[in-house]
Design a protein around this ligand. Structure first.
Ligand code: BES
Ligand code: MN
Ligand code: ZN
Length: 517
């Protein structure tokens, strides 16, 4: 996945021997204002850059692209000015996100065609800005080509991976990237995050005919070995014998049996252990509580939480923070086969609590319940689960903002804050205790759905809370919307798998290592 890594240099933008040179332009009160990084280009153009941009209709609006032929004035034949929006909006975080998005938009627009090399001369005056430009560029270069056949007109050629083989094919024919930075900071962290998010995007985008618990676990195995992570895989026999009634129940309607993967990263100087748990439903048909066809179309993304946990562990292993991190990937395919669990079945979750399954489409909470209960064995100082758990998350917060709930409001706020610090959109949500009674079951300890439809994201969080080991600080992150982008690409976000929650989880691990969380 790291076919052609990005390079950082303090070289002069004028001499950058690239097919295209990206510069920034901000939205000034009286028109477009060329941004830091474009000074040398402006000089080479005889100080005409601002006037040229204005004449071409550029406004500096975020992500707007304006192309200028350099006509030999600089080494690159094409100059692409990308909008950075208004300066001084959103503070430090807003500025960094603006850089990531601008770099992403510009690189994305230049990827997939004839451009073989791109230099970016956007504002990169310190390490944080340099990382933002590098990350945006790397993520903007993403392409998922696994299922594209070779054609005569130059379309990407299929990466040639086989059914169940390595998931790959993102950067076929991808342009080389050069980030020009006044500090020449290394882009190592950006590269690590981009590699992990690329991995997650590939996994999410992979057809569920190819990615099911067995192949997903094999992919986790491959990544764990490459990253130097400990790995343990429980198959369906071990899960049944071990009392994992959630994974067993959800997986039993499918010809592809469930798996539980446990990954571990250890640091010799660690004093704390963080456990991450991800929902890994490789396809969610709803089971016997079958979804309508339209609602099923995006359900290959229902393993986005588990993929994010896997990607985060991979990145954490590369970055090396002084903390122990355990990652659980709860994998099952939710299908309505002849052995499928029935609405009204009672199952026993790991640890002994019973659940009346009134709706088989509320399956994510069942597989997560097993894992939350199991995590007691790791004695976590902090437990975070990530899941594409409810359509109600989209209703409450829209498609791009994750909902964060927790064992108390402080931990929910702290995890949402860590996500935003890492460049992701997330917002703390409450777990109102009065909603818990809706989950009372006539026959079991708890039902998996409430009769009332209101506050569905919170009800799901309250269900999970029942399985969190006593006294453990816990947060639940619902990424139902953010994991999968259905609209047109924007910034560094493509259609399909986004890589949501990877940066957040990495931030959480480093914050715990540094004593901030
Ligand atoms: N995987 C879905 C949630 C989902 C919906 C993710 C839309 C991404 C986009 C989950 O398993 C589900 O089906 N949830 C139900 C819960 C309901 C039955 C209580 C839902 O949200 O409708
Ligand atoms: Mn479901
Ligand atoms: Zn689901």
């Amino acid at each position: 996945m790291t076919t052609n890594p990005l390079t950082v240099s303090t070289a002069d933008a004028r001499s950058a021997a690239a097919d295209a040179l990206i510069i920034g332009v901000t939205e000034g009160p009286d028109g477009p204002v060329p941004a830091h990084g474009s000074e040398d280009i402006d000089a080479a153009l005889g100080g005409t850059l601002a006037a040229t941009l204005a004449a071409l209709g550029a406004t500096g609006k975020q992500d707007e692209l304006t192309k200028i032929a350099s006509a030999g004035a600089v080494a690159a034949p094409l100059i692409v000015a990308v909008g950075l929006g208004k300066t001084d909006q959103g503070g430090e975080r807003g500025r960094l996100e603006s850089l990531r998005r601008a770099a992403g938009s510009a690189v994305r627009a230049l990827t997939g065609g004839k451009t073989a090399s791109i230099a970016l001369s956007l504002p990169a005056r310190d390490e944080a800005e340099t990382e933002a430009v590098a990350l945006g560029a790397l993520l903007g270069r993403y392409r998922f080509t696994r299922y594209r056949s070779a054609t005569a007109n130059g379309s990407p050629v299929n990466g040639g991976t086989v059914n169940g083989g390595a998931v790959s094919g993102a950067v076929n024919g991808a342009p080389d990237l050069l980030v020009l930075s006044s500090v020449g900071a290394a882009a190592g962290r950006a590269q690590v995050l981009a590699d992990a998010m690329t991995e997650v995007r590939d996994l999410v985008n992979t057809s569920p005919a190819d990615l099911y618990p067995e192949t997903f676990a094999a992919e986790a195995q491959r990544i764990a070995v490459a990253a130097g992570l400990e790995i343990e895989v429980l198959d369906h026999v071990a899960l049944a014998a071990g009392g994992y009634g959630g994974l067993t129940g959800v997986g039993q309607g499918s010809d592809h049996p469930p798996r539980l993967v446990r990954l571990a990263y250890r640091h010799p100087a660690a004093t704390k252990t963080v456990v991450f748990a991800g929902k890994g439903i490789t396809f969610d048909s709803g089971g016997l509580s079958l979804k309508p066809p339209k609602s099923m179309e995006a359900m290959k993304s229902d393993m986005g939480g588990a993929a994010a946990v896997l990607g985060a562990l991979q990145a954490i292993a590369a970055l090396g923070p002084a903390v122990n991190v355990v990652g659980y990937l709860a994998m099952a395919e939710n299908m309505p086969g002849g052995h499928a669990q029935r609405p009204s079945d009672v199952i026993t979750i790991f640890g002994g609590k019973t659940v009346e399954v009134l709706n088989t489409d509320a399956e994510g909470r069942l597989v997560l319940a097993d894992v939350l209960a199991r995590s007691a064995q790791d004695a976590p100082d902090l437990l975070v689960d990530v899941a594409t758990l409810t359509g109600a998350q989209l209703v409450a917060l829209g498609p791009r903002v994750s909902g964060v709930m927790g064992s108390d409001d402080e931990v929910a706020a702290a995890i949402a804050e860590a996500a935003r610090q890492a460049g992701e959109q997330a917002w703390p949500m409450p777990l109102p205790p009065e909603l818990r009674k809706g989950l009372d079951s006539a026959v079991a300890d708890i039902a998996n759905v409430a009769g009332e439809r209101f506050g569905g994201m919170l009800v799901a969080g309250l269900f999970l809370k029942e399985f969190v080991p006593d006294g453990v600080r816990w947060a639940h992150v619902d990424i139902a919307g953010p994991a999968f982008h259905e609209g047109e690409p924007y910034g560094y976000t493509p259609k399909g798998g986004t890589g949501a929650a990877v940066r957040m989880l990495v931030q959480v691990a480093t914050d715990v290592a540094d004593g901030r969380l």
